[in-house]
Ligand binder design. Structure first.
Ligand SMILES: [Zn+2]
Length: 218
């Protein structure tokens, strides 16, 4: 019984949040400040790369202003104050580029707020602060078992897919959107599930937004 009421409350919160999270055509890159917002990890780049931000001419610049997508992938347009790099600066720059390698601008969904997209992105990289992940990072937790079902370890995939509560939520969303059951084995599957439906581009985008928002609510 307790399980069902949790799911009902949850589905309600998903529906409620979708309304407030689906926004007009605001591109993600138009909202994220590359140095100041935590978008590549939990910590903003200005904190991770103290040496580099000192060399940045436009500290408040937006992500969308900073890259172009070309045949060879994403090209970043940095404007540094100097080009004679010290050893530390060079090492930082290398680390920054390695972090930026994980960036996939095509996957930003334009219709949802950045926190939801950032969450989904972290989920796809297996970087969610789940109980199992916290233990791995030596953060003390009482138990790593799923808070919803207490049956299995709380990993990103369990939380978002294999947990009974999650299954119920995907079932509810599928019937609410009148589509075949959303089906996934991994977080990556889940985040590309919208692509497997025979829907128009706009509807797919909306479905993706709904799936991301539901993940974020979970
Ligand atoms: Zn569970």
């Amino acid at each position: 019984m307790e399980h069902h009421s949790k799911v009902r409350k949850f589905s309600h919160s998903v529906e409620h949040n979708i309304g407030s999270l689906l926004q007009g055509d605001v591109s993600m890159g138009d909202m994220i400040r590359i140095w100041l917002d935590p978008w590549l990890s939990d910590v903003p780049l200005r904190v991770l790369f103290l040496n580099l931000i000192l060399l940045e001419n436009h500290k408040g610049c937006l992500t969308s202003e900073m890259f172009e997508v070309s045949d060879i992938g994403v090209v970043w347009k940095w404007e540094w104050k100097h080009s004679a790099w010290s050893g530390t600066e060079e090492a930082d720059l290398l680390n920054l580029y390695q972090m930026l390698d994980t960036f996939q601008p095509s996957e930003w969904n334009k219709r949802i707020l950045k926190k939801v997209n950032i969450f989904a992105w972290q989920a796809s990289l297996n970087r969610l602060p789940t109980l199992s992940d916290l233990t791995r990072r030596n953060v003390p937790v009482d138990s790593t078992l799923s808070k919803f079902c207490s049956e299995d370890e709380e990993t990103g995939a369990h939380l978002l897919i294999s947990c009974r509560s999650a299954g119920q939520i995907w079932q509810n969303i599928s019937s609410w959107c009148m589509i075949a059951q959303i089906y996934a084995f991994t977080v990556t599957d889940l985040l590309s599930a919208h692509d497997y439906y025979r829907l128009g581009r706009r509807k797919k985008e909306i479905l993706y937004g709904i799936i991301l928002t539901a993940c974020w609510c979970i």
